[in-house]
Design a protein around this ligand. Structure first.
Ligand SMILES: Nc1ncnc2c1ncn2[C@@H]1O[C@H](COP(=O)(O)OP(=O)(O)OP(=O)(O)O)[C@@H](O)[C@H]1O
Ligand SMILES: [Mg+2]
Length: 293
C-alpha cells in the first residue's frame, strides 16, 4: 500500500462521513431466509452508510419486511452475516438488536394508546427514582415527561407530550412519538416501515422533516421502507431495490428517476412513468407507453 493509499484508508476508518469509504452503519451480506418452501430472501446484500437515509424498495412480497424483522431481531435468518458499525452481530431476540443500536418503527407503531406520549417514549425502559434505603422505588414520571418534551422539541415535532393520551393524537403526531422513541434509544440505525402510508400531506411533510433531522442533527442512519416514491426522492440519499428476495439495484437517488426504480422493482414489466402506474400495474397490464405531456 502506498503512503497516500494508507493515509486514505486511515482517514476512511476514522471518519463517519458520507464518503462511502467509512465503516458502514449496517452491512448485510448474503442473507437468506426460507419459510418452509418459500424463499423470502435469496442472498441479500445491503450497506447503509453512517448518517444516510437509505430507502429499501420492492414490490409486494419482495422481502422488505422479512429483512426488517431479521435486522430487528424478531426473526432469525438462515445464512449470511450482519454487521453493525463494523461488528458482526447475531440477534436472537429484539433486545439484542436494540443493544446493538437498532430501533424499529413498525407500521402499526406499537404505541400504548392509553398512555401519554411521554410514557410511550419510556415504555419498557422507565426511569426509576430511588426509594427508601436507596432501593429502586418509583417510576419517575416527572423525569420522563421532561425528557419527552425535550426529545420531541429537539425533533421539531408539534405534539403534546403529557396530559393527553396517544389515543387522542393524530396519525402524524403518533408517528412523531414513535420516531422520537426510536431516536431516543437508537444509536446506529432507525428502521421505519412505511411511516407516511396513512398520513395526509402536512403530516407527511412533518414526518419527512423528522427523518432529515435524525440524519442531520443526530447523525443517525435511517432505513426507510416505502412504496411512496415522492417521499423517497424527498429524503433518501441512496436506495436498494429488492425483487423476489434478491437485491437488484443499489444507487444514489440523484442518479435515478422513478421510472428506473419502478423498472428495477418490477423487472421491467411496467413501462409506466409514475409511481401510480406501478401501484396500479398488473402483470398482464397493457404496456403501451404513457402520454408524456
Ligand atoms: N411468516 C411467514 N410465513 C411464510 N411465508 C412468509 C412469512 N413472512 C413472509 N413470507 C413470504 O416471504 C415473502 C416476502 O415477504 P415480505 O413480507 O418480506 O415482503 P414485503 O417486501 O414486505 O412485501 P409487502 O410490500 O407486501 O409488505 C413473501 O413471499 C411472503 O409470502
Ligand atoms: Mg412488508
Amino acid at each position: 500500500m502506498s503512503e497516500s493509499e494508507s493515509a486514505a484508508a486511515a482517514a476512511a476508518a476514522s471518519s463517519g462521513s458520507r464518503n462511502g469509504a467509512a465503516v458502514p452503519a449496517l452491512k448485510v451480506t448474503g442473507v437468506t431466509k426460507s419459510y418452509r418452501h418459500v424463499q423470502a430472501l435469496r442472498g441479500v446484500d445491503l450497506e447503509v452508510r453512517p448518517a444516510e437515509v437509505h430507502a429499501l424498495l420492492g414490490d409486494n412480497g419482495a422481502g422488505k419486511s422479512t429483512l426488517m424483522k431479521i435486522l430487528a431481531g424478531a426473526v432469525s435468518h438462515d445464512h449470511g452475516t450482519i454487521e453493525v458499525n463494523g461488528v458482526e452481530q447475531n440477534f436472537a431476540k429484539p433486545a439484542d438488536a436494540q443493544a446493538a443500536g437498532i430501533e424499529t418503527v413498525y407500521q402499526d407503531l406499537a404505541l400504548a394508546p392509553s398512555l401519554s406520549p411521554g410514557e410511550n417514549l419510556f415504555l419498557g425502559r422507565e426511569i426509576m427514582r430511588k426509594g427508601l434505603l436507596g432501593k429502586l422505588g418509583f417510576v419517575d414520571r416527572k423525569a420522563m415527561s421532561e425528557a419527552a418534551v425535550q426529545q420531541l422539541q429537539q425533533l421539531g415535532a408539534r405534539t403534546p407530550t403529557s396530559h393527553v393520551e396517544v389515543e387522542a393524537l393524530s396519525g402524524g403526531q403518533r408517528q412523531a412519538v414513535a420516531v422520537a422513541r426510536a431516536s431516543l434509544w437508537g444509536t446506529a440505525l432507525i428502521m421505519l416501515d412505511e411511516p407516511t402510508a396513512a398520513l395526509g400531506v402536512a403530516q407527511t411533510t412533518s414526518v419527512l422533516d423528522l427523518i432529515r433531522r435524525l440524519r442531520d442533527e443526530r447523525g443517525l442512519s435511517v432505513l426507510l421502507v416505502s412504496h411512496n416514491l415522492p417521499d423517497v426522492f424527498a429524503v433518501a440519499d441512496r436506495a436498494t431495490v429488492l425483487r423476489l428476495g434478491e437485491n437488484v439495484l443499489t444507487t444514489d437517488i440523484a442518479d435515478v428517476t422513478s421510472t428506473d426504480l419502478i423498472s428495477a422493482m418490477t423487472g421491467g414489466r411496467s413501462l409506466g412513468d409514475t409511481a401510480e402506474a406501478s401501484a396500479s400495474a398488473h402483470a398482464d397490464a397493457p404496456t403501451t407507453p404513457k402520454d408524456q405531456s
